[in-house]
Write a protein that binds this ligand. Sequence first.
Ligand code: B3K
Ligand code: ZN
Length: 853
Amino acid sequence: MTQAQAKHLKDYQAPTFTISHIELDFNLKGSDTEVIAISKIQRVGEHSEALVLVGEQINLVSVHINGEPADYQEKDNQLSISTSLNDFELMLVTKQDPEANSSLEGLYMSDGAYCTQCEAEGFRRITYFLDRPDVLAIYTVRIEADKAAFPFLLSNGNLVEKGDVSESRQFVRWEDPFPKPSYLFALVAGDFDLLEDKFITRSGREVKLQVFVDKGNLHKADHAMVSLQKSMEWDESRFDLEYDLDIYMIVAVDFFNMGAMENKGLNVFNTKYVLADTASATDEDYHGIESVVGHEYFHNWTGNRVTCRDWFQLSLKEGLTVFRDQEFSSDLGSRAVNRIQAIRVMKNQQFAEDAGPMSHPIRPESVIEMNNFYTVTVYNKGAEVIRMMHTILGEQNFQLGMKCYFERHDGQAVTCDDFVNAMETASGIDLTLFRNWYSQAGTPVVTVVDQYDADNKQYQLTVSQSVTSQGVKGNPLHIPFSLELLNSAGQPLTNQVLDVKEAEQTFVFDNIDAMPVPSLLQDFSAPVRLDYEFNVDQLVHLTRFASSEVARWEASVGLFSQAVWQNVASLVAKEAMHLDARVIEAIRGIILDESLDKALVAEILAFPSAAALIEQVETVDLDALQAAREFVIDELAEACLDELVTRYRSLIKEDNAASRAFKNICLVLLSRVSSEYEGLVTEQYHAATNMTDSLAALKAAVSGQLTCQQTLMADFEQKWISTPLVMDKWFSLQASQNTPEVLTEIKALTEHESFSFNNPNRVRSLIGFFVAANTYQFHDASGSGYEYLTDILVKLNELNPQIAARMITPLIQFSKFDDGRQQKMKACLLRLKALPNLSKDLFEKVEKALEHA
Ligand code: B3K
Ligand code: ZN
């Protein structure tokens, strides 16, 4: 039965009891696993209410208070305990079967190892508890298990005791000195290979670093270890933050619902974000590992030392930590490329979320299933909001604000307002209007109209803003609007950040000799849609002269997008398609410009995806879009053939990630123009000494539908059949095929020996990839893609509701599609709504989508 009770931020109440200490005793015995929890509980304030704890999917064996059987009631996942005591010890005994737990929340098994995932509300699947982030307790954990099968028994904090219970069983005891909320609790028991190293903090303390991986994978743990060391060093130098325990552990498991989890001192990671060697991981994988290892490490201060008062404040830790990991990657690698990738997530995914039924402010006001709010809005728009504060305050004031935040709140569970207050106090800058970013949903539209007055040598910009979310109009926001003005020779006249605070404002620039070309909203200085009518000449000028590399990329996206939409219009008007020679020349110039960062050129030549283009318009004719997009890319590739071949041939000789990225995009473009280049593809595939190059060759073969495709795919499969993370890449490639047969093939692949519906990585790589990235085939007019996704969701609704709710996204973002497709998507949602056992996770999204239908 669905329990679909929404919780509201406005109803927040402080806890009426608190728990200062908890001693957990795990007796790991498969389906008969027992947990004894002894908590020291204190009544808060004067009241006579019962103590109400929450628990799910566990069997209660006994309840004692101060050693005596207690008076309790267990109903609807709540354990209500009546007592007049103000300060007491509660002992609970519960049993559960981790092997039967396919939701991967609470205590479960991954490939024979026990592990836990408690955020957001998984601890209640371990014992009845005050499972809310504003109850902070000191944890002591005893784990007992079979010695041979589980040589490593891990939990948070420091190992204080270890011994044998019998010949076959051993125990350990861990103590975490830092009070923490239950969502940061973790336990792992298993047999692993272990990579050990250390880090000396700037105050001279030695921290033991451990990375645990599945047996046989030790050689793939180095990059994660180095990334951890770099993260520790960076947090000291840029944020003045030092690690606080004597040990930091990372465990990689293959069965995991998301990327990783920042449990205190014991991070649990998806293998995807740990394991790498050049043979099996791409440059992109290496970058992802560095960024996620950093992200989880940075949580130790922004999340663990200072945590959230309630889950509505999730962006307090996530927005801030994403901002920190983005800065980490940008300080270590290319700032422009990292920024471009972050902008893509915002424009392609977050804007779509904000335009759909799941639109919510970065601090949501109402939630049914908390797991549904680990969103691109809370994380990525949340990070943009922190970035805007950073832009408004500047690095120095921002760091003073961080310092003030930790001085005030270390060891506490606080709100987003507390963070903004600290920034305001430390900088002296008024952030009153800025706070609207936390409470308002929707993507603001910033419209710019410019005018040049030759007599007075004045250039004038009128900037207006408006935001509506689900029909509700919002208030003006404080928008840092970064701009550069370029003269006709490409020289910068000014580069500054305007403070836009009103519904409409005019900015005047004096001593401007001629109409300049404006680079607007540089580097995406605010998460808004920019509405300004650029013409082709202006965009070409910007691709050549904008000081910001990100702005050059943006201008190229503008050129490409305009070309596609003009051709869509031509198709609708039954006119011939055409590509402006100026666009071709601009792209040719970029391919030939040796002074440009190769990684940037690769980003430019990646051209906006169908999904990215759909985000630019209100409604879409998918068939016309496909034809127009393919036409523009083909025209560009054909026109630049010689240049692409030349650059490809010289790039082959270089051995670095940026050159590989540029070279591989050349190969993809060449392979779509003519089968003449098939030789280059097979040559690269066979000569490749790293996964980046072999996978790129394979991609070129699949996207160009070359005859070698089948042979290469079969070769790859046979080579990597025992490496699950590489098979994920193969599954995604299969799912990426833009052919009508792809759905039949996907169905067959769910029977493949490497595939399992129980493993989220496999499900995401095959089915998740198809629904999210194979836009044309998923949205086939027959509705077959929608029906298939619905069949899968029915299955996952029982197996793993969190994954089901993640994958439903393309089915609820239907507003831009034609009536026929919309009707078919809605029919699928109705089918889900009728399920007798619909999970809270799917219920919340299906209901919202149907409300907006
Ligand atoms: N905090 C975790 C995410 C937990 C998701 C729960 N459904 C990972 C992270 O953001 O670092
Ligand atoms: Zn996080």
